[in-house]
Design a protein around this ligand. Structure first.
Ligand SMILES: *Cc1c(COP(=O)(O)O)cnc(C)c1O
Length: 207
């Protein structure tokens, strides 16, 4: 794996045992991502304290408590309700949480994320979340071998990111991350302006 300088790598360790994560840790990786709250909680409790944990799965409101204390970036905020709940739980603990808004960019129905109207609804009231730091956008391309489709979706997300940055966060340095690209498509994502790639199987092998 050959990442351009400046592109951040997050190692997706979901379903992988502690021992394998420690091997990657010993190679120098400090950013790991999980997609299930329970699994993230267990791993955070056991693994070294200097790991930055990312959450990339669908998050139900009632599971926020389990992870909020120690998670460093939630990539997958996909509803206004979830945002309210994260803000509330963060506030109770005196925390400000870093989040990305997950945007729906794929052609399949199954992929999660906000559509453009839902995104706008959130952005129009972004000042109402004192315990949230908006750090950028996240998206997943369609599951297809057609590189042109993937490239088009990533390019669209980059355009959207630039527009949101300009219209809502022009004065805000925190809003700077675009999380796009996985094992199969990270090169395309990097070419289209990704700042964070989420790589699982290329690091840990198949799940
Ligand atoms: C599993 C997962 C990844 C990593 O997928 P690989 O193809 O194994 O690199 C990245 N992002 C999300 C949201 C995931 O659920």
């Amino acid at each position: 794996m050959n990442l351009p300088p400046g592109l951040k790598l997050v190692a997706v360790s979901k379903f992988k045992p502690i021992q394998e994560i420690l091997l990657a840790y010993n190679e120098g990786i400090r950013d790991f991502a999980e997609s299930r709250p329970q699994e993230l909680k267990q791993k955070m409790d056991i693994l070294p304290g200097d790991i930055r944990w990312h959450f990339i799965g669908h998050l139900q409101s009632n599971k926020i408590k389990m992870i909020i204390e120690r998670v460093s970036l939630i990539h997958s905020v996909d509803s206004l309700k979830l945002l309210w709940e994260i803000d509330k739980e963060a506030g109770k603990r005196g925390l400000v949480k870093d989040i990305l808004l997950q945007v729906f960019i794929a052609s399949e129905e199954t992929k999660q994320g906000l559509n453009q109207d839902e995104l706008k609804e959130i952005l129009d009231q972004k000042g109402r979340f004192p315990n949230i730091r908006f750090c950028g956008l996240m998206g997943m391309a369609s599951f297809t071998l057609n590189r042109d489709i993937i490239r088009g979706e990533f390019a669209g997300l980059k355009d959207l990111f630039d527009r949101v940055k300009r219209e809502y966060f022009a004065e805000c340095n925190n809003f700077c991350e675009l999380s796009m690209g996985m094992s199969g498509d990270y090169q395309i994502a990097a070419e289209e302006g990704s700042t964070i790639v989420r790589i699982g199987s290329l690091i840990f092998g198949d799940r």
